[in-house]
Design a protein around this ligand. Structure first.
Ligand code: FAD
Length: 512
């Protein structure tokens, strides 16, 4: 159980807390560090002194290449030109994720962005589809979703009025470079150097400066810990504990490898379930990102490497490297004058590509609660929202593992036997008995996501809303056919994804 640090436990008590926040120090220059610096400099560039420290010697985690549609919003908030961003990061379009072998060996479904069919205010589209299915007049659920059909046909175009929901696959290293240039243009300063000491009053939760290997010190009023999995400031220095979720999410290891492109890029991520985890495949314009996420309790590194290299296509461009992690979150992501954003604050395996989204949410929330002087009420609210967000996503990720018919390995049997969180148990039961899904206030994944994954993983609701039965067979059939033919018509007029990329954002050959 997560216990937010509230005013009763650890109030802001340091003398420096009464000083206005003028100097912000970002520790770390991975995706988290540069997204933070970009948003801060764009918003407060003329007012705050923003410094980012990173160490080329240490490097970044170097993965994190699939995103969700909220990134489009982030770029709009920052006024980032999408074509320039896509060209600079060799990005492709992502319309969803194909889950292969997750429900059972040989089974496949797509969790796509966007909506499926049309809802009635009393009942989601799934109720009408379930009624039609019972009457033998429904096609596949995905046939009523534009993004899903476009993904299957490998087509894409920007449609008027946001008619197609999309996200990106991107090169993480190039994205950090792109955001670095953006941040520097808006006044952020970068300092190269290894942090060897964090000067702090640990009891008060107060950091005063970072000392670098060359002996220099960087003082600040607010410190953003973007130092990656280790959590140099929030964990090592301030001692904020980490809540471990590995009893629900067994994966604790990953291996990533890049390969040459051998076919036109598809506009979706592939997630292929294996013996003790799963593998991703992410097509970029210039190469493909591949990886395996696995449980070291159920598979050793050699077996993981063999599974990964045995399934990739195209020339292997990099040496596979192992990354260890612990699923979970910090018990507080903001403590004193330190805010943890990115891997330092928590980690959920990339099954639904949600970590960059969590970075983005952390940054936006920081800007929304940005202090004149640091106040405990801001800290409490920040931590409350952060905990709620990651917990809801955690449940969604566990769903994929737990609701499965697979029992071919000890790993999958353990997933099926999981004692899942009560919040998720309720959601699954509600859907299984009634077909209903309700989105919690600010929950990231909307009804359509839950329905697609619950149906995809094999839950067939026992009942549906009676409103759907009030339509005659002819009315229901007509309703569904109008949606389906509308989707088909739109998809048939879209260009291929590869052609669209060439027109919209191909990277000049000299930079590729
Ligand atoms: P890092 O990239 O590790 O950056 C840490 C920074 O801190 C570096 O610049 C480093 O040099 C610096 N640093 C550390 N210590 C010091 C020091 N002592 N002195 C100076 N500098 C220091 N997310 C998604 O949204 N989609 C995905 O598809 C996805 N896939 C993933 C796959 C795997 C296997 C893993 C592990 C993660 C994945 N993620 C994904 C998460 C994503 O990679 C991260 O959220 C993202 O890269 C942010 O990382 P970061 O910036 O917090 O940390």
């Amino acid at each position: 159980m997560h216990v937010p640090v509230d005013s009763a436990h650890a109030p802001v008590s340091h003398d420096a807390a009464s000083r206005p926040v003028k100097r912000v120090v970002v520790a770390g220059g991975g995706t988290a560090g540069w997204m933070t610096a970009a948003a801060l400099s764009k918003t407060f560039g003329g007012v705050l002194d923003i410094v980012l420290v990173e160490s080329e010697e240490i490097g970044t985690v170097g993965v994190g290449e699939a995103t969700i549609p909220t990134m489009v919003t982030f770029h709009r908030l920052l006024d980032i030109n999408e074509q320039a961003f896509m060209a600079a990061t060799n990005a492709t379009i992502k319309l969803g994720i194909a889950f292969e072998h997750w429900r059972s060996l040989g089974h496949r479904y797509i969790h796509s962005f966007g909506t499926t069919g049309k809802d009635h205010w009393t009942a989601g589209f799934q109720h009408f589809w379930l009624s039609a299915r019972q009457r033998g007049i429904a096609r596949d659920y995905g046939d009523y979703c534009l993004e899903l059909r476009a993904a299957e046909e490998s087509r894409f175009a920007h449609l008027p009025r946001g008619g197609m929901n999309y996200a990106f696959h991107l090169d993480a290293g190039l994205y950090a470079k792109f955001l670095r240039a953006f941040s520097e243009r808006h006044g952020a300063r970068r300092i190269e150097g290894r942090i060897v000491e964090v000067k702090a009053d640990r009891e008060a939760g107060w950091i005063s400066a970072l000392r670098l290997a060359d002996g220099s010190e960087i003082e600040g009023d607010l410190f953003i810990d973007c130092s990656g999995l280790r959590g140099l400031l929030i964990g090592d220095t301030l001692g904020v504990e980490y809540e471990d979720w590995s009893h629900w999410l067994f994966s604790d290891s990953a291996m990533a490898v890049q390969t040459a492109t051998v076919r036109p890029p598809i506009p979706y991520t592939r997630s292929v379930a294996g013996e003790a985890g799963w593998q991703w495949r992410i097509p970029l314009q210039h190469r493909v990102g591949n990886g395996i996420v696995f449980s070291s309790r159920h598979m050793d590194d050699d077996a993981a490497r063999a599974a990964l290299l045995g399934s990739v296509e195209g020339e292997v461009l990099t040496e596979p490297r192992v990354i260890r992690f612990r699923p979970g979150q910090r018990r507080a992501t903001w403590r004193g004058n330190c805010v943890a954003i990115g891997l330092s604050g928590g980690f959920l395996e990339p099954l639904e590509s949600t970590n960059i989204h969590l970075i983005q949410r952390g940054v936006i929330r920081l800007l929304q609660t940005f202090p004149h002087v640091i106040a405990q009420s801001d800290i409490d609210e920040y931590n409350r929202q952060a905990e709620e967000e990651i917990t809801q996503i955690r449940d969604f990720v566990i769903l994929h593992y737990h609701v499965t018919q697979r029992d071919d390995t000890a790993y999958w049997r353990a997933c099926r036997d999981l004692d899942i969180p009560q919040s998720l148990r309720h959601k699954i039961r509600l859907f299984a008995e009634t077909g209903r899904v309700f989105r919690h206030l600010n929950e990231l994944f909307a009804e359509n996501s839950w329905v697609q994954v619950m149906l995809g993983q094999g839950i067939v609701p026992e009942r549906h809303h009676p409103i759907a039965d009030s339509m005659s067979d002819a009315e229901l059939s007509d309703f569904l056919e109008r949606i389906r033919t509308g989707v088909d018509h739109t998809v048939s007029r879209l260009p291929s994804h590869a052609d669209y990329l060439r027109e919209y954002c191909a990277r000049p050959a000299a930079q590729a």
